[in-house]
Ligand binder design. Structure first.
Ligand code: NAD
Ligand code: TDX
Length: 392
């Protein structure tokens, strides 16, 4: 039997789909899933395959050098690194875990691959490392990296490390960069599962800014098929872009969801924008299509319907996630945004816009005065006598 493939982050969205894909398509495969189970890691995602003799779960942190060495010294045929902090909004709140896992963790995996002569290393990266596009064109593998969020900066740093290990040490590594994935088992902090789950509960959906940001959507199964090709046949030292050829504005996508789930447009809320929000992503996947014969196969509407149905028919999976920690995150991310929302979509949350919003609401009598909140006046920083000391 072949040495195992080490899949890191296999309890997350794409990793769990990829493990299931490998088990379905390769009878001779042997997989070790190495995951430290952050908030996004979920053993339920693989409960159906947990007893498969070709699969083993090992709880471990890729930023823990000793733990990584221990698993690598047992012998591996490949390392496929999915493990990451993956949500842009969380990276804006606190980038520290992103630096630790995405950069340090990648470095530790690369060192282990070198030390134990692992014959293949695949880094799962993202379109976001290229930055943001104008209204036309698409990212190619030659597009310079220009990450705009702490998340994408940490992924770009990891890509640069991989590149340097190929160049300096001859490490047999390859990088894939994919666009926005959708499908089953996605944690509902990302737009699609969040919106689907909210709509199924008749709750509002928070669209950032004007809703005209564009993403290139791909079904996770198409992404898994592409990773499988690149892992087996991709050329060492190369980058392969993977895209769905499916650009949609967030607003178009939201309207499609409303139509499929049969919910009213009144559930749309235009809320304060994500800081530094990239306007448009689009991937040119010509290279993987021509070199490796891959192309996306799942039509978007079909994949979307199937995905909605999946969330609808998994109330237990959803209930296990919608616990206190998730609700606390939701409140932090959306509580203020939803109560501050603009009455008209075209205004964003800048102070100047808040003034216009206020005036607009008053003149149209759209909002009761008490509900219109402008930016809070800045309070002077005055230290109260005795502040910081406990009354004793
Ligand atoms: P996810 O957040 O759903 O899952 C991440 C997984 O990594 C979780 O199981 C988590 O427990 C694990 N993990 C986190 N830190 C770890 C650590 N220090 N050690 C071990 N395990 C750790 O992410 P996802 O959406 O499945 O993304 C997987 C990969 O694909 C990421 O590298 C991401 O950057 C990349 N990617 C994602 C998308 C997308 O649309 N979701 C698109 C392109 C690329
Ligand atoms: O509540 C929301 N409202 C909203 O309008 C959320 C969560 C998102 N959005 C917008 C922001 C984006 O324009 O929807 C779009 C998609 O947002 P996310 O689902 O957060 O994805 P994105 O920021 O595009 O990044 C995703 O694709 C690339 C993944 O999260 C990354 O891990 C991947 O690298």
């Amino acid at each position: 039997m072949m040495l195992p493939v080490l899949v890191t982050g296999g309890c997350g969205f794409i990793g769990s789909n990829f493990i299931r894909y490998l088990l379905e398509t390769d009878p001779d495969i042997s997989i070790v899933n190495f995951d430290c189970l952050t908030y996004a890691g979920n053993l339920d995602n693989l409960s159906d395959v947990a007893r498969d003799p070709r699969y083993r779960f090992l709880r471990g942190d890729i930023a823990d050098r000793r733990a990584v060495r221990e698993v690598a010294e047992t012998g591996l045929s490949t390392i496929i690194n999915f493990a990451a902090e993956s949500h842009v909004d969380r990276s804006i709140h606190d980038s520290s875990p992103f630096i630790r896992t995405n950069i340090l963790g990648t470095q530790i995996l690369l060192d282990a691959a070198r030390e134990f002569n692992v014959p293949r290393y695949l880094q799962i990266s993202t379109d976001e490392v290229y930055g943001s596009l104008g209204p036309t064109g698409a990212f190619t593998e030659a597009t310079p990296l220009a990450p705009n969020s702490p998340y994408s900066a940490s992924k770009a740093a990891a890509d640069m490390l991989v590149r340097s290990y190929v160049h300096t040490f001859g490490l047999p590594a390859v990088i894939t960069r994919c666009s926005n994935n959708y499908g089953p088992y996605q944690f509902p902090e990302k737009m699609l599962p969040l919106f689907i789950m909210n709509l199924l509960r008749d709750e509002p959906v928070p669209v950032y800014g004007d809703g005209l940001n564009v993403r290139d959507w791909i079904h996770v199964r198409d992404h898994c098929a592409a990773i499988d090709r690149v892992w087996r046949e991709g050329r060492v030292g190369e980058v392969y872009n993977i895209g769905g050829r499916c650009e949609r504005t967030n607003l178009d996508l939201t309207n499609t969801l409303l139509e499929i789930i049969a919910k009213p447009r009144s559930l749309i809320r235009f809320v304060r924008d994500r800081p530094g929000h990239d306007r448009r992503y689009a991937m040119d996947s010509t290279k993987i299509e021509q070199e490796l014969g891959w192309r996306p196969r799942i039509p978007f509407e079909e994949g979307l319907r199937e995905t909605i149905h999946w969330y609808e028919s998994r109330p237990e999976w959803v209930a296990n996630i919608r616990t206190g920690v998730y609700l606390k995150y939701y409140e932090r991310q959306y509580g203020r945004r939803l109560s501050d929302r603009a009455p008209k979509m075209k205004f964003s949350g800048s102070p100047a816009n808040a003034k216009r919003r206020h005036a607009n609401a008053k003149s149209r009598r759209e909002l009761p005065k008490s509900k219109v909140r402008g930016p809070k006046p800045k309070r002077p920083k005055v230290r109260r006598a005795g502040a910081g000391r406990r009354a004793g």
